[in-house]
Design a protein around this ligand. Structure first.
Ligand code: ADP
Ligand code: MG
Length: 446
C-alpha cells in the first residue's frame, strides 16, 4: 500500500506567533519520491513531523489518500521515519532493532521472517546479531533503513538520513535508497539541505525558505527555470553567477544589460524571457548566469546568440576533470541573504543609510512582511555608478566559469569570454525571475 499525501495551506506556529511553516500546499502522488530542500532552519523537519503526526498542525489540512488526517495518531498513519542520527536502541541487536516495531504492531506474530527478508534486501544478514556500538555509521543507517522497510509502511519519511556519514558512503547509500524506494514503490518524503542530494534523488523537489514554498518541480525544471533568485542560487554547483545589471532599452536600438564596466547587447530576435525586459528600462535588475552559459573563446568564434565580454583571471580552482576560473569582469555581484556562502556585500553609502525610504529599506520591509520573500541587496539606480574608491582597485572575482583543464590560465591574464544569451536569467528588484511563461521548459534539444 502506498499513499497520496496532500498538504493544504498548512502552517505551524510553535511560539509567539512566528510561523515556521507558512501556508504550505503540495500534493505528493502515490509512489512519488519528493524531496524537501532548503537551508537549515527553514522548516523541513517540522513539515515531515507534521506529516508523521509527531507535531500538531496549527492551521490547514493534511490529507492521506484524500481523507482528512490532521488528528490521526502516528501509528494509524503507517509511515516509517528514518532520522539523521539513526536512532537505534543501543541495548538491542540489529535483529532486535528491526523487529521491534513489528512486535509492537503485531504482538502475537514472529517478526523473524520479515526481519530476514529485509536484511537480505539490504545485504546486512551478517550484521543481525551485532549491537549498534559494533556497527559503523553506514551499517547503522542500513539497520535503521531496515527497521523502516520491514514494517511495509505506506510511506517513508526520511529526515537527512545521510548527513552523518562521510561523502563516499553518502553517495553510495544515496544510490541504494533511490533503488530501494523505487523497487518498493512506496511514497517517500525525503528532507535534505544538500541540493546535489535533492537533485539526484527526487522525482520532484520542493524548495523551502523561511517556511515558505519557493518552487516545486522536477530537478530539471527547478534548475532550468528557477522562479526566483533564491532557487537559482540554492540549486547548482558552482553557484550561479549573480550580477547587478542596468537595463537600457532605447526605442531605436538594441537592448543592453549594462554590467558595470561591460555590457551585454541582447541579440535579436529576443528570447522569450527577454521580451519582457523592455519595461525594465533604466532599472536595476539581477542577471543570473550559470557557469556553463559562458565559455572561453574569442569574439570571432561567437555562435548566434553569443555575446563577447572579457575577464581578468583572479583565481583558478583545479577540480581534476575541469577547472573553475574566477574572473573579474568589472561588474558587481548581487547578494542573496540566507545562502550558506554569501558573497561580500557592497558597502552601503552613507546617504542611503540615512534614507529610510530607499529601495533597500523597502525590500527589508517587504522581507519582514513576507518572511520568505527573496529580498536581494540592490542599490537605488542612481547608485549604479559608485564614486571610485582608491582601496577598490581590485574587485573580487565576480564571474565563475568552468572550462577544460587543458587550458593554461594564470592570475592576471585578460581572457575573451562568450556569453550564451539564451541562458541569461534576469531577476527583478524583488528577486523574481522576469519571465512570461514560468511553467514552460526551454527546448533543451534545440
Ligand atoms: N519544538 C520547537 N519549538 C520551538 N521552535 C522550534 C521547535 N522545533 C523547531 N523550531 C523552530 O522552527 C524552525 C524550523 O525548524 P526545523 O523544522 O527543524 O528546520 P529544518 O529541519 O529545516 O532545519 C526553526 O527556526 C526552529 O528553531
Ligand atoms: Mg531538520
Amino acid at each position: 500500500m502506498t499513499r497520496a499525501i496532500s498538504l493544504h495551506d498548512v502552517s505551524k506556529t510553535y511560539t509567539r506567533g512566528v510561523r515556521v511553516v507558512d501556508r504550505l500546499s503540495m500534493d505528493i502522488e502515490p509512489g512519488e519520491f519528493l524531496v524537501l530542500l532548503g537551508p537549515s532552519g527553514c522548516g523541513k523537519s517540522t513539515v515531515l513531523r507534521m506529516i508523521a503526526g509527531l507535531e500538531d498542525i496549527t492551521e490547514g489540512q493534511l490529507l492521506l489518500d484524500g481523507e482528512y488526517a490532521n488528528d490521526l495518531v502516528p501509528a494509524a498513519r503507517h509511515m516509517a521515519m528514518v532520522f539523521q542520527n539513526f536512532a537505534l536502541y543501543p541495548n538491542m541487536t540489529s535483529r532486535g532493532n528491526i523487529g521491534f516495531p513489528l512486535r509492537i504492531e503485531a504482538p502475537g506474530e514472529d517478526p523473524g521472517p520479515r526481519v530476514d527478508a529485509t536484511a537480505r534486501m539490504l545485504g546486512i544478514q551478517d550484521l543481525l546479531d551485532r549491537f549498534p556500538a559494533q556497527l559503523s555509521g553506514g551499517e547503522r543507517q542500513r539497520v535503521a533503513m531496515g527497521r523502516a522497510i520491514a514494517r511495509h509502511p505506506s510511506a517513508f519519511l526520511m529526515d537527512e538520513p545521510l548527513s552523518n556519514l562521510d561523502a563516499k558512503l553518502r553517495n553510495h547509500l544515496r544510490a541504494e535508497i533511490a533503488a530501494l524506494t523505487r523497487q518498493l514503490g512506496v511514497t517517500t518524503v525525503y528532507v535534505t539541505h544538500d541540493q546535489a542530494e535533492a537533485m539526484s534523488l527526487g522525482d520532484r523537489v520542493a524548495v523551502l525558505r523561511g517556511g515558505v514554498l519557493q518552487q516545486l518541480g522536477t530537478p530539471r525544471s527547478v534548475y532550468a527555470l528557477p522562479r526566483n533568485i533564491f532557487v537559482a542560487a540554492f540549486i547548482g554547483t558552482p553557484r550561479i553567477n549573480l550580477l547587478r545589471g542596468l537595463v537600457r532599452a532605447p526605442l531605436d536600438g538594441a537592448m543592453t544589460v549594462s554590467l558595470g564596466k561591460q555590457s551585454l547587447r541582447l541579440p535579436e530576435p529576443l528570447c522569450l524571457d527577454h521580451q519582457l525586459l523592455r519595461v525594465q528600462q533604466g532599472r536595476e535588475v539581477i542577471v543570473g548566469l550559470r557557469s556553463e552559459a559562458i565559455r572561453l573563446a574569442k569574439p570571432a568564434s561567437a555562435r548566434p546568440g553569443e555575446v563577447a565580454i572579457s575577464g581578468l583571471v583572479e583565481h583558478v580552482e583545479f577540480q581534476g576533470h575541469e577547472i573553475l576560473v574566477h574572473f573579474n569582469t568589472g561588474s558587481r555581484p548581487a547578494v542573496v541573504p540566507d545562502l550558506e556562502a554569501p558573497r561580500p556585500a557592497a558597502r552601503p553609502s552613507r546617504r542611503r543609510r540615512r534614507d529610510g525610504g530607499s529601495v533597500l529599506g523597502r525590500f527589508r520591509e517587504r522581507a519582514g512582511a513576507l518572511r520568505a520573500g527573496p529580498p536581494v541587496m540592490l542599490d537605488e539606480p542612481e547608485d549604479a555608478e559608485p564614486e571610485p574608491d582608491p582601496s577598490d582597485t581590485r574587485l573580487p572575482g565576480d564571474l565563475v566559469v568552468r572550462t577544460t583543464p587543458d587550458i593554461d590560465l594564470r592570475r592576471g591574464m585578460q581572457v575573451p569570454l562568450l556569453v550564451d544569451i539564451a541562458h541569461l536569467f534576469v531577476f527583478d528588484q524583488h528577486g523574481e525571475r522576469i519571465c512570461p511563461a514560468p511553467t514552460r521548459l526551454p527546448d533543451l534539444e534545440g
